[in-house]
Design a protein. Sequence first.
Length: 158
Amino acid sequence: MRYLEPPEVDLFLQDLRDGPSRRFRRVVVRYASDGISVDSLAAAQQRLIDDVPELADRVRRDQGGWRYEPCPVAPEVYVETHQIDIEDEAARTRLNLERDRPLDPVMGPLIRISVLRYRSGDAHLLLALHELAARMRSSRAVMRSLLAVATPVSPPAG
């Protein structure tokens, strides 16, 4: 358990005051044409949480102030499969809805990994980090590490 530092408290209180918004999270979206291994993503997410336990936390208050506390339910990779093509308007709408879904630091966790799969086997991988978590790990670096383990490596042509 770690207490929030003064800049983190300011950010957290601002989030509470303003309500759910895109302002307090970072979202990275990547396209994967050859599918995504959800098991590999889940393992990579667990390694991230092992390195930065606050990613799986929520924020609570006690006599000492605001602190990180483990969520009662561990974060899981969220997966949806759609029987539409990735180019369809419905796919773009669903992607935008997922991209705009807020992260609540009181409910936690501070990380969300989502996979939207489509009929063709293509997928969108979305990583959302609350701004509190993004101060601990770069969202782009996290996405690179997720892609490295979750997407198949093609053998060299030849």
